[in-house]
Design a protein around this ligand. Structure first.
Ligand SMILES: Nc1ncnc2c1ncn2[C@@H]1O[C@H](COP(=O)(O)OP(=O)(O)OP(=O)(O)O)[C@@H](O)[C@H]1O
Ligand SMILES: [Mg+2]
Length: 1024
């Protein structure tokens, strides 16, 4: 702040004055005012001087400079106070309030607008629609309330003629979610009469000057305000001097637009305009005395009946009832009997003077209108759909902008109430700032020099004390039967308060000629002496309105107007009970207000009006000195200087700052919180700026707090990281534990699956030992994936075992045959479907008498000869064949296969050997996939031998497989491989010439035979 607040601007905080005297105070105030520094602190209290000119102190940029800052970081400003209240609300969940006080024209309303603008600007960064709506209503409500509640007075061109306290509700994020406006004591007498140089409420002039011609015509109005009694006085005066909305015309547009934004329906706005017009017409009604009969027979009539027509039309009520309620009234008399009577002579004269003295009707209508507008705004600002259990507690910032202390040449009941209100607020200020503070120092045992200040409790007591207080006496006077005059009321006051230091009257002090006998009394307010005239006190306090008029408006067909008069619903006989008086109602509302404020953390803005002329750059010393004195600002500075900026219970202090010191973080081990706080402050070197109370720490200068806050702010990110680390660790550990659990479950599940599978295997294969199938048809259960290799191995083992079981039972004599079959199966590889596996393989068919009945003995002889000659060990195979050679010659031959040779024999010549090929030269053979008996034998260095086995018994017996099997088994035994080819088109080689042979099934063919055509052979096979 130093660079922006050099010594040439004086002291930004009155607490920093070298001496606390009125002169020093005023000098500093004057110096700062001249330099355009209209704001100065007293601790956290802001003193504001109305500059009466636009200063470049406001707007978004300025707001940004104050947002989130500490009070002392920037030059004093309303924004800083708004920010402090907002921070206390948001960070500490405290309800706060900003009390703006000062006399009329000191700038309270302007200050409250700046505060609202600040709050609107810094909230709702996420642009939530509902919050934006609430902010819109909050901001726009000011404009509407000013139109209906503000008026030009001699002191202020835009003077608030009502007190306003606005609560703004915030959610846990610190965004405004609603609000509520309380209004206090509207100065309704202004509707009827205004002082010279003053105006009625802005709304009337705005309606007349801003409406279109057509609308004015509909309302039966003329544009000129001078035409109407109620606006005649202020007709020549403008609205405000400094406001941007200078003209009534523009304001009318702005207010209508604001009403629309807030949510007033077009019908409601029209109703409001009609009611305003009706009030203007009512003001012009004049009463004349008559002699004739009818209603007028009692002696009273309306001069211009057209006005009554207008009023009836605008209020949507029957004309004759309007007239009757203006001229007569209904009273309850005795039991239930209702008598309608005209106003008596006395009442009539009261009514007649009323235009001067206060016919209650127009002002009552206006007051109801104003209250309805406030309630209507409240209804749209009410926080919606809030559930404290779900949304957390709302926090509240209250802004109080209430009329300042007023002294006029003639002061009446209204000034009395307003000044009483200021006494109450001063009491609150004393309670919170002066008294409580000093009492707390004493309680906490802090060495302290008491500061003298004037306690106005006695004045408050004078006004509101039960039974004898001024308000109580006034109520008493109002309730008494008979004609208690204001004068008797004054006498009673004199009697009760003869010895009161702050009360006097001409009766009690006959030498004082400034007061009138029998009319005036004077109160020595904390802000100065005010002389009140008792005239009208009783009437104004009674605030009486005839029930028939209420009922008339309640029965209006305009729903808006009807809603303003709910009490018109009551029956006349019910309302004889006396209602609370205006004074008591006001007192009650003040007590509630002060209670409400006292429950919140207060922030004060003390406004000072620099001069009576409403001009810029002029600071009237005497005028200001008076305000400084009665606002108690000097005492405030004294208490503040002697006192401490902040105090906190040790535990709360530690909770907030313990991270800034190694002895206190995360928890201290010292004897007490006090000792821990002391250690913490010593580490920071701040022990000189504090005092230790019994339970609280007192911090003298805000700078100490700022230092602590800064060091805390530096550490917060680290702590956040620490918390994040710990939390992430916890999360990871949770996840890990879950994973482990998952794996355990998976493991156990797999184990279970394996066990279940093995058990199932065991169960199924129990029967596997049973011959003759040895579990051939058993179905293997589907294994879990992990057991697939195991199952494959088991399967192989099982097959071997089963084979073993089967083989074990085969007699040794069958073994060669089995081996041959196995060899055939291996060699054919399943390519030939039928290979005679199921037959018994006899091998040497030519020696068999059944197969070769005619020549078996011949063959036996030949075999004997061959054995003698070649010495073979065994006959592998023998059969008759049909043969074709390379010359296409087709012959019957016999094939003999021994373990030494392959012989081609001639069956027709005693099986003479035609050719003998050593068996090791036979490299392979080819067969077809069908059932034919074609065999092609391949031998090294020899032509391929093409034969078809035949002449078998039974005919066409399938023996190709047998030939393949025995030859293959023999070759296996010799350790060489035999090449077996299965093909339906077999290639041949005859002396290097390549040929093909295929099989052609022929059902009509009696015997298999070959056919040769174009270099290729075909076996014609008698297929059946
Ligand atoms: N900060 C400011 N900057 C410029 N002008 C200001 C400022 N504050 C007040 N004013 C001027 O002073 C006038 C009176 O201020 P304001 O209406 O706020 O007074 P008030 O304290 O509310 O008075 P009342 O008690 O009569 O309502 C404003 O209309 C405006 O012209
Ligand atoms: Mg105001």
């Amino acid at each position: 702040m130093e660079d922006e607040e050099g010594p040439e601007y004086g002291k930004p905080d009155f607490v920093l004055l070298d001496q606390v005297t009125m002169e020093d105070f005023m000098r500093n105030l004057q110096l700062r005012f001249e330099k355009g520094r209209i704001y100065t602190y007293i601790g956290e209290v802001l003193v504001s001087v109305n500059p009466y000119q636009e200063l470049p102190l406001y707007g978004p940029e300025a707001i940004a400079r104050y947002q989130g800052r500490e009070l002392y970081e920037r030059p004093p400003h309303l924004y800083a106070v708004a920010n402090a209240a907002y921070k206390a609300m948001k960070h500490r969940s405290r309800d706060t309030c900003i009390v703006i006080s000062g006399e009329s024209g000191a700038g309270k309303t302007e200050a409250s607008k700046h505060i609202m603008q600040y709050i609107a600007a810094v909230t709702n960064p996420s642009q939530r629609a509902e919050v934006e709506r609430v902010k819109d209503v909050l901001l726009k409500s000011t404009c509407v309330l000013e139109a209906f509640g503000n008026a030009r007075t001699n002191r202020n061109h835009n003077s608030s003629r009502f007190g306003k306290y606005m609560d703004i509700n915030f959610d846990f994020k610190g965004d405004p979610i609603g609000g509520h406006i309380h209004s206090y004591l509207l100065e309704k007498s202004r509707v009827l009469k205004q002082h010279v140089g003053e105006r009625n409420f802005h709304a009337f002039y705005q309606l007349l000057r801003g409406s279109e011609d057509k609308q004015l015509h509909e309302l039966h109005l003329e544009r000129n305000p001078a035409v109407y009694n109620f606006t005649h006085q202020g007709a020549g005066l403008n609205m405000t001097v400094h406001s941007a909305l200078d003209s009534d015309e523009q304001s009318h547009q702005a207010v209508t637009e604001a009403m629309r934004v807030i949510g007033f329906s077009p019908e409601e706005v029209e109703s409001v305009h009609r009611i305003l017009a009706a009030i203007l017409h009512l003001g012009n009604i004049e009463f004349v005395e008559t002699e004739e009969g009818g209603l007028q027979k009692e002696g009273l009539a309306v001069a211009e009946e057209a006005l009554v027509d207008h009023v009836a039309e605008l209020t949507a009520t029957p004309r004759d009832l309007v007239l009757r309620s203006l001229l007569a009234r209904t009273v309850a008399s005795g039991g239930r009997e209702l008598i309608e009577k005209g106003h008596t002579a006395a009442e009539a004269s009261y009514a007649r003077d009323a235009c001067a003295k206060g016919v209650p009707i127009p002002q009552a209508v206006y007051q109801r209108l104003f209250e309805w507008v406030v309630n209507r705004i409240n209804s749209v600002m009410e926080p919606r759909g809030r559930d404290p259990r779900r949304d957390g507690k709302d926090t509240v910032i209250g802004v109080l902008d209430i009329y300042g202390f007023e002294v006029f040449p003639v002061n009446s009941f209204e000034q009395f109430c307003i000044n009483y209100c200021n006494e109450k607020l001063q009491q609150l200020f004393i309670q919170l700032i002066l008294k409580q503070e000093q009492e707390e120092y004493e309680r906490e045992g802090i060495t302290w020099q008491s500061v003298e200040y004037f306690n106005n409790a006695t004045i408050v007591d004078l006004v509101e004390r039960p039974h004898r207080g001024i308000l109580a006496v006034l109520d008493e006077a109002c309730s008494s039967a008979g004609t208690i005059t204001d004068r008797i009321f004054l006498q009673t006051l004199d009697m009760h308060h003869r010895h009161h230091l702050h009360y006097t009257s001409r009766q009690l002090c006959p030498t004082d000629k400034t007061m009138e006998f029998g009319r005036d009394f004077r109160i020595k307010h904390y802000a100065g002496d005010v002389t009140y005239s008792v005239e009208g006190f009783i009437d104004k306090n009674r605030d009486f309105l005839f029930q028939d008029f209420k009922r008339l408006l309640y029965n209006s067909t305009d729903p808006t107007l009807r809603a303003m008069w709910p009490d018109g619903q009551q029956d006349i006989t019910e309302v004889t009970k006396r209602p609370l008086t205006a004074g008591t109602l006001f007192k009650n509302s003040m007590v509630a207000l002060v209670e409400n404020l006292a429950s919140k953390e207060p922030f004060y803005v003390r406004c000072i009006k620099p001069n009576e002329d409403k001009v810029a750059g002029k600071l009237d010393e005497n005028h200001c000195r008076h305000q400084v004195a009665y606002l108690g600002l000097l005492e405030n500075v004294r208490v503040r200087r002697a006192g401490f900026a902040s105090r906190q219970p040790y535990s709360r202090f530690l909770l907030r700052y313990k991270m800034t010191c190694e002895y206190t973080w995360p928890n201290h081990l010292l004897g007490s919180d006090k000792a821990a706080v002391s250690a913490l402050l010593e580490q920071h070197g701040l022990q000189g700026d504090v005092a230790f109370g019994h339970s609280k720490l007192f911090i003298r200068s805000p700078r100490t707090l700022v230092t602590l806050e800064q060091s805390r702010a530096r550490l917060i990110p680290i702590i956040v990281l620490l918390l994040q680390k710990a939390w992430r660790g916890t999360l990871a550990r949770w996840r890990c534990r879950r994973l482990r659990a998952i794996y355990t479950i998976m493991r156990w599940f797999r184990r279970h699956k394996v066990r279940a599978h093995l058990a199932e295997l065991q169960r199924r294969f129990q029967a596997a030992r049973q011959p003759p199938l040895y579990g051939r048809d058993l179905v293997w259960p589907l294994p879990p994936a992990v057991l697939q290799p195991f199952q494959d191995t088991c399967h192989a083992l099982f097959c071997r075992w089963r084979a073993r079981q089967l083989v074990k039972n085969i007699p040794p004599s069958d073994m060669p045959q089995i081996k041959a079959k196995v060899a055939a199966m291996g060699a054919l590889q399943g390519l030939r479907q039928d290979w005679g596996c199921r037959r018994a393989w006899a091998r040497d068919y030519l020696s068999s008498a059944t197969d070769n009945p005619t020549a078996s003995s011949l063959f036996a002889q030949r075999l004997k000869t061959l054995q003698d000659k070649d010495g073979f060990g065994a006959v592998l195979f023998s059969s008759h064949v049909r043969k074709v050679n390379r010359f296409h010659k087709i012959r019957n031959r016999a094939l003999l296969l021994t373990d030494q040779h392959l012989y081609k024999l001639d069956p027709d010549r005693q099986y003479r050997v035609m050719r003998a090929v050593p068996l090791e030269a036979v490299t392979g053979l080819s067969v077809t996939s069908g059932g034919d008996q074609l065999v092609v034998l391949h031998a090294r260095g020899q032509d391929d031998l093409v034969v078809c086995l035949h002449r078998s018994r039974p005919p066409l017996d399938n023996r190709v497989g047998e030939l393949v099997g025995v030859l293959a088994a023999h070759c296996q035994g010799e350790g060489r491989t035999l090449e077996v080819r299965v093909s339906d088109c077999i290639p041949l080689s005859h002396r290097g010439v390549r040929r093909l042979i295929s099989v052609e099934p022929r059902p009509e063919q009696p015997e298999p035979d070959f056919r040769c055509a174009r270099g290729s052979f075909t076996l014609l096979w008698p297929s059946r």
